[in-house]
Design a protein around this ligand. Structure first.
Ligand code: FEO
Length: 166
């Protein structure tokens, strides 16, 4: 594999683990605020990000790349509200989308069609992720000042379980 593309994928592997870490921290924040449904939803997101990371990890091994793991930086933890938390999560997902698009450009530039195809799964997944975070932000904005409605939304988010995608 081209060295530039290889280092980009290794960086992306680290970003997925960092994403997992971000959502675990967010889940912990929600537990602390007695928002257990939000905490569950974000914990499932943490699990999902680990699945994403392992998908990249396995692909790198399959392509004969030596995977040297990097340290995972401290996740964001200063949230002024649940709305602020989800806005930060959406901004993070937008950043992830950008990085997958850039990596796809590099794969195309080096005519690595297999890696380009591999990355398109993530490109599509990002559309879904951004949309789901946007949907939750809209719901929070509608109910934020009504504690009963926020409680109902919290209950709704309690039902999320990990769906492992192909
Ligand atoms: Fe795996 Fe939410 O990016």
């Amino acid at each position: 594999m081209n060295k530039h593309l290889e280092s980009g994928l290794l960086k992306q592997l680290n970003r997925e683990f960092h994403s997992a870490y971000i959502y675990l921290g967010m889940s912990s924040y929600c537990t602390d605020k007695d928002l257990n449904g939000f905490a569950n939803w974000l914990f499932v997101q943490y699990e999902e990000e680990q699945v994403h990371a392992m998908k990249i990890y396995k692909y790198l091994l399959q392509r004969g790349v030596t995977v040297e793991l990097d340290s995972i930086s401290k996740p964001v933890s200063d949230f002024s509200s649940i709305l602020d938390l989800f806005k930060k999560a959406l901004a993070h997902e937008e950043f992830m989308t950008l990085s997958f698009n850039e990596l796809s450009d590099v794969a195309m530039e080096h005519r690595d069609h297999a890696t380009y195809n591999f990355l398109q799964w993530f490109v599509n997944e990002q559309v879904e992720e951004e949309s789901i975070f946007q949907e939750i932000i809209s719901k929070i904005e509608r109910v934020e000042s009504n504690s009963q409605a926020l409680y109902m939304l919290d209950r709704e988010l309690e039902n999320r379980t990990l769906q492992v995608q192909a």
